[in-house]
Design a protein around this ligand. Structure first.
Ligand SMILES: [Zn+2]
Length: 138
């Protein structure tokens, strides 16, 4: 399960930060997941709860999962746009774009110049946006 592997790497990175920052408890972790990342938010949240329970520093951590909307950037006119701005897509097209972002080129055109030559600027990957924790009176 993809979500569990990602959850494990988020927890590992969080603990490394807690270690290097000398945190005694991690209070809040904000994880950003790209809209095009093939992830189910509820499964990912469940996975984070499952894997984070065995370290005492993570006992009371609030985990926030944010979905980052996909943004595209036209290589011809440099216009930046979102999926919604490219017009109506049927459910099959949306599904295809979410699962295989490369397929976006088959369904979408730059809304400014009509070119199919664009790149995914945002909305892929998983990253930790912030880690907050308690430190012994620093
Ligand atoms: Zn364009």
């Amino acid at each position: 399960m993809h979500e569990f592997a990602l959850a494990e790497s988020v927890v590992r990175a969080t603990l490394q930060t807690a270690e290097s920052e000398g945190m005694t408890a991690v209070t809040r972790v904000v994880v950003q997941v790209g809209e095009l990342q093939q992830i189910k938010k509820d499964v990912f949240e469940f996975a984070l709860k499952q894997v984070h329970s065995d370290d005492p520093r993570l006992a009371d951590t609030v985990l926030v999962v944010e979905i980052v909307p996909a943004r595209f950037s036209c290589r011809v006119c440099e216009h930046g746009f979102t999926l919604a701005e490219t017009g109506e897509h049927d459910a099959d097209a949306k599904e295809a774009i979410h699962f295989v972002p490369e397929l976006a080129h088959a369904f979408m055109r730059c809304p400014a110049c009509g070119s199919p030559d664009f790149e995914v600027a945002e909305g892929r990957g998983v990253g930790i946006a912030s880690i907050e924790g308690e430190r012994p009176d620093a």
